[in-house]
Write a protein that binds this ligand. Structure first.
Ligand SMILES: C[S@@+](CC[C@H](N)C(=O)[O-])C[C@H]1O[C@@H](n2cnc3c(N)ncnc32)[C@H](O)[C@@H]1O
Length: 189
């Protein structure tokens, strides 16, 4: 059984960026200890706390307005949200400890962003954190059709932690998809 990720410097950094957000529906992806879901439950009417680790269910029991969903990213998640928060695993490893292993090339993080756009309301936002060890850069997320803005950064001797806000731009997504189709056409595939 996988262990729960206990709140750490990254959790506190991202939590500090949640102030000022309020609405109807929020989702905490990879909730772990449930700390971010608990914060969201103070300013959102409904909070969905998601984790692939079943032990996380116990950690959000009794949190007001909050429901736990056991899921590999969005597989068991229904509906759209005003805000989605994700403090993802960040090491470029496969088959490791799910608290840290983002898969080779950061495939868990990339898959998250590919799936998240269909779970956002039109002006919905994603708040997420990347470490300097993370195999994914903000540019990789922009290439998927998101607009990404830096919110806060914290540097230690060995790592930089950065919190970003992303919104999905339908026009940009369409533009990138058309550009890709044109490129494929030009290459004669
Ligand atoms: C770095 S921890 C963050 C925990 C907590 N949100 C925090 O900020 O302290 C990453 C969390 O993502 C979860 N996770 C990893 N892969 C996942 C997946 N494919 N689907 C859902 N959750 C996942 C882990 O179990 C872990 O709880």
């Amino acid at each position: 059984m996988q262990q729960i990720y206990e709140p750490s410097e990254d959790s506190f950094l991202i939590e500090g960026c949640l102030r000022g957000y309020a609405g109807i529906r929020a989702l905490d992806m990879g909730t772990g200890s449930g700390m971010l879901a608990r914060t969201l439950s103070k300013s959102f009417k409904e909070v969905i706390a998601v984790d692939i680790n079943p032990l996380a269910r116990e950690r959000v029991k009794g949190v007001k307005n909050c429901r736990f969903v056991l899921s590999d990213l969005f597989r068991n998640v229904k509906g759209r949200f005003d805000l989605i928060v994700f403090n993802p695993p960040y090491l470029p490893e496969d088959d490791g400890d799910l608290r840290y292993a983002a898969g080779r090339g950061g495939k868990v993080i990339k898959r998250f962003f590919k799936e998240a756009r269909t779970h956002l309301y039109g002006n919905g936002k994603i708040i997420f954190l990347l470490s300097s060890f993370s195999p994914v850069l903000p540019e990789d997320i922009e290439a998927l059709g998101y607009e990404v803005h830096k919110m806060k950064e914290k540097r230690t001797n060995w790592e930089a932690l950065t919190v970003y806000e992303a919104s999905y731009s339908r026009e940009l997504g369409l533009h990138l998809a058309r550009g890709f189709e044109k490129l494929v056409g030009n290459l004669g595939f």
